[in-house]
Write a protein that binds this ligand. Structure first.
Ligand SMILES: [Zn+2]
Length: 310
């Protein structure tokens, strides 16, 4: 081997060794940088204290598991209470406090029977019958009486016994001024929903209240809501009552507008008709205003206003 060949081999060996060392050093540097990125962002640094709170908070394995919202259990007690409240008493009776709200005699929230063959009153010449339900009321009944007096008109008031006991003086005024009074039950009950004993009781208590106020009872009955079935009809006839429905509904129970109420009446009234108004227990100012118009127009046409024979 020549010296030149020996030198060439030595140089080649040195170059190989140098390049190998350079590659090894470079790979060490990249590995170290990669470790630093991982430890800074995602994992606790080696040797970090267990008490390092912020480090623990961000550790994925220490995040509290997200528990789903608990499904509310069906509430067992509240519906039971509602059912208990809604349960009708043995005797279905409209509470007295309902009388302080409008009590429409032509519309009910519950289906009620309506007997269609209840006789009308005999047609009598040029007479119309004004009738007022749900009084007496200390304000509006007196206003109605004032209007009637100005026109010399007579009317019939189907009174609630409970209100008669509260305002007997208003009923006395009705009688003193030539009007008549009919029975409209003591608490404005829907009679077909009542037991026979209760029907006798509510009608008897109202008659007694009227008798206490004016010295005599009545044989006229208007059933609240106009609700009537054959059983109830036979029952009240047996107690001596004449059942009075109406031919014309002024709709003052749903209209708060004198013009609309008067228009209803004037458009629909024939001679001999019984006209349904309300003089209590809520604000009846619109009825009072309508009554003035009706009396003015019909009086000018020669119509007379008589009370029913009660
Ligand atoms: Zn009524």
């Amino acid at each position: 081997m020549t010296i030149r060949r020996l030198m060439a081999l030595t140089l080649f060996a040195l170059l190989f060794l140098g390049s190998t060392l350079a590659i090894w050093a470079l790979s060490r540097t990249e590995s170290s940088a990669s470790d630093q990125v991982l430890s800074a962002g995602l994992a606790p640094a080696p040797g970090a204290a267990a008490g390092n709170a912020s480090s623990n908070d961000i550790a994925p394995e220490e995040t509290p598991p997200v528990t789903p919202e608990p499904i509310p259990e069906p509430v067992a007690t509240e519906p039971a209470e509602v059912v208990r409240v809604a349960e009708p008493p043995a005797l279905v009776q409209i509470p007295a406090d309902l009388i302080s709200t409008p009590t429409p005699d032509s519309a009910t929230a519950v289906p009620l029977p309506f007997l269609t063959n209840i006789p009308a009153v005999p047609r009598d010449g040029s007479v119309v019958y004004l009738t007022f339900d749900d009084g007496p009321d200390p304000i509006y009944t007196n206003q109605v009486l004032d209007v009637l007096a100005r026109y010399g008109a007579k009317a019939t008031f189907f009174v609630i016994g409970n209100s008669v006991d509260a305002y007997p003086g208003v009923v006395q005024r009705m009688i003193n001024e030539g009007h008549t009074v009919g029975n409209h039950t003591y608490y404005h009950e829907a009679l077909p929903l009542q037991e026979p004993d209760h029907i006798a009781q509510t009608l008897g208590a109202t008659d007694a209240a009227i008798a206490r106020a004016v010295g005599h009872k009545t044989n006229c009955l208007r059933p609240p809501y106009g609700a009537m079935d054959q059983r109830t009809f036979d029952l009240v006839r047996g107690q001596g009552f004449t059942v009075h429905m109406w031919e014309v509904d002024s709709e003052d129970w749903k209209l708060n507008d004198s013009y609309a109420i008067a228009s209803n009446v004037l458009a629909a009234t024939d001679l001999g008709d019984r006209i349904l108004f309300h003089d209590g227990p809520s604000n009846r100012a619109a009825t009072v205003g309508a009554l003035e118009s009706v009396l003015q127009v019909l009086t000018n046409r020669g119509v007379r206003f008589n009370a029913l024979d009660c």
